[in-house]
Write a protein that binds this ligand. Sequence first.
Ligand code: ADP
Length: 497
Amino acid sequence: MKLRTRLVVGFLSVTILPLMLFVAVIIFFSQMQVKTIKQNYGVTGSNSYEILVNSMTTLGNAAEPVYEAMKQDVWKNPAILTDITYLEKVNNKLNRMNSYLVIRDGNELTFVGSDMGYTIYKMLPEYGNEESSSEGGTYIGGDIQVLARQIDYISDTEAEASVFVITDVGRVIPEIGRLFQNLCIAATLVLILTAGGIIIWIYRGVAIPLARMKIATQNIKDGNLDYELEVVSDDELGQLCRDFEEMRVRLKDNATEKIANDKRSKELISNISHDLKTPITAIKGYVEGIMDGVADTPEKMERYIKTIYNKANEMDMLINELTLYSKIDSDNVPYNFELISVTDYFEDCAADLRMELEARKVVFTYENEVNRNTKIVVDAEQMKRVINNIVSNSLKYMEKQEKRIDLRVKDAGDFVQIEIEDNGIGIAVKELAYIFERFYRTDTSRNSSTGGSGIGLSIVKKIAEDHGGKIWATSEEGKGTTMHLVLRKNQEGFANE
Ligand code: ADP
C-alpha cells in the first residue's frame, strides 16, 4: 500500500473507528444502565433517552406510584399517617428513589424521612397546594433542588396538615453517574487502542523498510557492494529500495570496471616499460660499442648508427601511439571531414600499400567493385591511420613464407565495406571479441617477440565509430584474419566548407 494511502487510511481509522466504537459502547452501556434504572426505580413507559437525560422526570416518575398509593391510603384513613410503621415503610421505599417523606401538622413537623427535610421544610408549599402536586409536584429550586408532591388532610388535632413526598432531583441518579464514568473509561481505552494499533501499522510500513535500507547502506559504506536489498513492497519506500538497488548495481559495475581498467593500465605500463626497454638496451649496447671502438670500420660504424636510428624510430612510434591513444580516448583529436570519392581514395591507398608491401616481399591484391561516383565523408588522414594500422598488424602477425594481403572495397547498399585480409597466424575465436579493447593482446602475440601495446585496434575502432562506421574481424587460426570496416555512403550531400 502506498504511504499516502496508508496515512489516509490511518487518519480515517483514528477518527472514524474510535467514533464508531464509542457510539457502540455508548449504546451498550446506556441500554444496560436504563435497564438497571427501570428495575431499581420501577420506571415504566419512559423512553431510554428521557431516562438518561432528564433525571428529574425519571425520579419524579419513579416516586409517582408510591405517592399515588399513599394518597389512596390517606383518603381512606388519614389516621394511618400516625402509624409510624406505615410511615417508615413508605419512607424506606421512597429512599431508594432519592425521595423521602415529610409530614407537617399545622406548623409542626411530625415526621421527617431525611435530614434534608429540616433544611427545606420552610420552602415547602402551603396547605391547599395539592392541586399542583397532582400535576407532577412543586419544584423547589436553589441550592437544594427538590420536587415536592403534597397530600393535604386534616389531622386528628384538627389542624391543616400536609404530607410531602420530596424527591431530591439535584443529585444525578447514581446509575447515570456510573454510566458517565464507564463511558469515560471506554472512550479512553477505545482511543488508546485504535490510535496505538494504527500507529503500529503505519510504523511497521515505514520502519521495517527503513531498517533494511539502513543495513544495506551500512554494507555499501563498508565497501560490500554485493549486499542485495530485497524489494518487497510497491509503495514509495519500495520504489526507493528499487532505486537504491539500481544504484548499488551501478556502483558495483563501476567498481568492477575500475578494477579491470586499473589492471589493464598496470599491464600497459609494464608492456610499455618492456617495449621501451628493448630498443633502449639495444641503443645502449651499440653506443657502448662505438665508444669502446668496436665499430672500427666505416661499414661497421654505419651499421651501428643505422641500428641506433631504427631503434630510436621504434621508440618514437610507440610514444606517438600512446600520445594519440590518450588524445583520441579523451576526444581531443580534431577531425577534418571531407567528401571524397571512394575509388580515388582507395586507389591512392592501394598504390602506397603496393609499393611498401612489395618491398617487403608481400603479395598484394586490390579489388574495387564500388561505382566511381560513390563518395564517403571521411578524415583522409585518420582513415589512412586505420588502414595502416590494420596492415601493420597483418605484417606483424604473419609467420608464413608466402605472405599475402588483399584489399577489397565492396558495395553494400547504403554502405561501403572495406576488407583487409591476410594469411597470417589468425586469432582464436574466443579472443576475436576482445581484440578491439584497449590494451588487449592475444595470448600468442603476448608471448611472441613482435612487440606492441594492444592499443592499435582500440584506436582503429574509435576512429571508425567517430566516422559513424563499424569494424569487426573474422579469422581462422593458422589461416589468416580479415578485418571488415563498414562506412556509410554519402547520400544527403555533404557540405564541404
Ligand atoms: P598490438 O599493439 O598488440 O598489435 P592491437 O590493438 O593492434 O595491439 O592488436 C590487438 C591484438 O589483436 C594483437 O595483440 C594481436 O594479438 C591481435 N591481432 C590484431 N591483428 C591481427 C592479425 N592481423 N592477425 C593476428 N592477430 C592479430
